[in-house]
Design a protein around this ligand. Structure first.
Ligand SMILES: [Zn+2]
Length: 347
């Protein structure tokens, strides 16, 4: 075949291929068609095999025509495949997607847990009074949870009924945040002024008690700290959380690690002291325990109890939350994590 004839033939092949592509209905037909031209036994390939017999002068022109033809066929193939894909996509949507359906509601926005809200708010109040935040482990030893805090060996709090032991007499889930007092005094130089928020565990289970609940421990140790300082700090805290007009009272109590000890009541926020169901007709609500750090505890951690004094307090976060969000019937609601309950709180 003459070079001129080959070039002519190549042009015809490209045109014919493009015309045939219009008939191809699926990818398989297109691929087969392409192979009939560019495959090992394809018509274009057959013409390419003639190259070696062409006189060198004309070889360049035939080579260019050959490349143009291959490129034309490849481009036409890609275009046809792209159109088939688009058509398939449209068909899929028509079959499987009903564009007339209403849209899905957006994913709900998360909110902070009400106990976290209350915990952060309480910690903020004390931080603004100069307290640092300290933390400690939830799995404790008997020493940090009881012995160092002046609990006698036979104290009822150590009893199996209250404490969740991991190994009785050795390791346990902390029953209060007070071990953080000991850990902090052993680690930090005096003076110390900390609050320690965290989870604590007891064998309690009824509408007002959960086996896991949250406390915030407070500790201040320095020279010349008196009960008046304790009263001042706790009054400021109560007024910040419950309002400036809320009355409070200190009621003598007993804790092994404080002497003297006092429980703090606030005037019932529901009845303003008249007496109601919330306050069991007493007009008062217990909100926290406190006292002057027992000299035995200071001596246990090597603090000179002649020179230094301190006070400590423990606040029940769940208790404060139930008072702040009136109408919560059971402490369990805080731990069931029903989104409908949780989403009703905003910080
Ligand atoms: Zn009341």
């Amino acid at each position: 075949m003459e070079p001129r004839q080959i070039i002519e033939k190549l042009g015809q092949l490209a045109e014919r291929y493009e015309a045939e592509l219009g008939q191809a209905s699926d990818e398989q037909a297109i691929r087969a068609g392409q192979a009939a031209y560019l495959g090992n036994k394809g018509e274009v390939t057959a013409l390419q095999k003639l190259m070696k017999d062409i006189e060198p002068k004309a070889r360049k022109d035939v080579g260019r025509a050959l490349n143009q033809t291959k490129e034309r066929i490849s481009k036409a193939t890609d275009k046809a495949l792209g159109e088939i894909n688009q058509r398939r996509g449209r068909e899929y949507l028509d079959r499987h997607v009903d564009l007339t359906l209403p849209g899905r509601p957006p994913v709900g926005v998360g909110a902070m847990h009400p106990l976290s809200i209350v915990m952060y708010d309480i910690v903020d109040v004390f931080v603004s009074m100069g307290f640092d935040v300290a933390t400690g482990p939830e799995i404790e030893t008997d020493y940090y949870n009881f012995a160092a805090l002046n609990f006698p060996q036979d104290h009822p709090a150590r009893d199996m009924q209250d404490t969740l032991f991991i190994k009785e007499g050795e390791t346990l889930l902390r029953t209060h945040t007070s071990p953080v007092q000991i850990r902090t005094m052993l680690r930090r130089p005096l003076p110390i002024q900390i609050v320690a928020p965290g989870a604590v565990y007891r064998r309690d289970d009824d509408p007002t008690h959960s086996p896991m609940f949250f406390q915030i421990e407070g500790l201040l140790v320095d020279e010349g700290v008196s009960f008046a300082d304790l009263k001042g700090v706790l009054e400021a805290f109560i007024h910040e959380v419950f309002g400036k007009d809320v009355k409070l009272r200190f009621r003598p109590s007993f804790f092994p690690f404080t002497e003297p000890s006092a429980e703090v009541d606030i005037q019932c926020i529901a009845c303003k002291g008249e007496g109601c169901r919330l306050c069991s007709q007493t007009g008062w609500l217990e909100v926290l325990g406190s006292g002057m750090v027992d000299p035995n505890v200071l001596q246990e951690v090597g603090v000179d109890s002649e020179r230094y004094t301190g006070f400590a307090f423990g606040i029940g976060v769940d208790r404060i939350a139930m008072l702040r969000y009136e109408g919560i019937s059971s402490i369990k609601l805080f731990y069931e994590n029903d989104p409908r309950f949780l989403s009703s709180f905003r910080r």
